[in-house]
Design a protein around this ligand. Structure first.
Ligand code: SAH
Length: 340
């Protein structure tokens, strides 16, 4: 099967053009057509000679995923996409005071099996191809006719379980002639696949790392997140320390607030002890209730108490603003409705 041209980094296209005895700046021209002029009909790439255009069409495809559903409220738009093999993934657009951000999916389904998460109800069917991630952004930018300035890889799937495609995706959207999204405006979130954290520390772009921690001790984390049975908290924290030492970058610790499960003051104290002295900040995430009816969102009071305890212990902490809780914004909800 042909590769989609939007799965290719600029460097890969340069090598391609050299391999067919063309100048490598053709790659730049292709990038300008795709990502700046947003002209997807290869025949209209007027500064590229016809025989080369024919060769490009022979060697690459340029298929699109399709927007099949939208749900929206004031600050949030949720998109359901259909892929060429009739699978579905979703992306969420959020309007912040600093600009538009998008949450993209990295896999069809997920195998990580977190107890509270809707995406993981449906096991992984396959990884997303690079172009299927790039197009989530392109299509939403076209739909709203505005530029998206930041990207989080926090939709359906575990990005570090699709490492190569996700890194390739980041390289493409970050390229100054690609979508030119600044590395510091790109965040990858992982449930804690430790070997990939070490690998990611060597990735050349200054992208942000977020870790879904969600528990303050192994016993609790084992109950909430299967991954902890393989990569326990101590291994995870060692990897985070290594990442910070290598990159000098601050890591985000995500902590979803589950009522009476992980939101006690004791948990906040335990968490503070785990994170003391590390260059991290904790983002407390109000739980989006799902079909996992055994989990409820923490009350405002309990969230504030948890927040205050972390503050008192000198841990940097913020509470995530809630987006789209009335439009099935919990990751995976739109897809699981569609698949059902
Ligand atoms: N697999 C990656 C990225 C996708 S999930 C990861 O685990 O980090 C993105 C974040 O949303 C994770 O922190 C995840 O635990 C959290 N999450 C999952 N379901 C949620 C829900 N219903 N409400 C709030 N956060 C949720």
């Amino acid at each position: 099967m042909k590769n989609n041209i939007m799965s290719k980094s600029r460097e890969q296209l340069e090598l391609y053009f050299l391999s067919i005895n063309e100048k490598k700046f053709k790659a730049l021209q292709v990038y300008e057509w795709l990502y700046q002029k947003k002209e997807f009909n290869v025949d209209d790439w007027s500064n590229i000679k016809k025989d080369i255009r024919e060769k490009i069409k022979e060697d690459y495809s340029l298929d699109f995923i399709k927007i099949v559903k939208k749900e929206e409220d004031n600050l949030t738009k949720k998109y359901l996409f259909e892929l060429s093999d009739s699978e579905f993934v979703e992306a969420v657009l959020m309007e912040h005071d600093y600009g538009l951000s998008i949450c993209v999916s990295s896999q069809v389904g997920c195998n990580m099996g977190c107890a509270f998460c809707e995406s993981g109800r449906l096991k992984k069917i396959r990884n997303l191809e690079t172009y299927e991630m790039v197009e989530q952004i392109l299509l939403i930018e076209q739909d709203i006719n505005k530029r998206i300035s930041s990207v989080v890889v926090m939709g359906i799937g575990e990005p570090f379980d699709n490492y190569d495609n996700v890194m390739n995706f980041i390289t493409i959207i970050n390229n100054s002639k690609g979508l030119a999204i600044g590395a510091r405006h790109i965040t990858v979130s992982t449930c804690g696949l430790v070997p990939k954290i070490y690998e990611f520390a060597k990735f050349p772009l200054q992208v942000n790392l977020a870790i879904s921690l969600h528990a303050s001790n192994n016993e609790l984390r084992n109950k909430l997140m299967n991954v902890n049975k393989v990569y326990s908290l101590d291994k995870l924290l060692t990897a985070i320390k290594d990442y910070i030492a290598q990159t000098n970058r601050r890591v985000t610790i995500e902590y979803v607030m589950l009522n009476l499960v992980n939101d006690n003051i004791e948990n906040a104290i335990e968490l503070s002890n785990l994170l003391k002295g590390l260059n991290v900040y904790v983002n407390l995430i109000p739980y989006n209730e799902t079909n996992h009816i055994e989990f409820k969102k923490s009350s405002k009071n309990r969230i504030m108490q948890f927040y205050d305890t972390l503050k008192k212990n000198n841990i940097n902490v913020t509470i995530r603003k809630e987006f789209g809780s009335n439009i099935s914004a919990a990751c995976g909800q739109l897809r699981s409705k569609e698949v059902r």
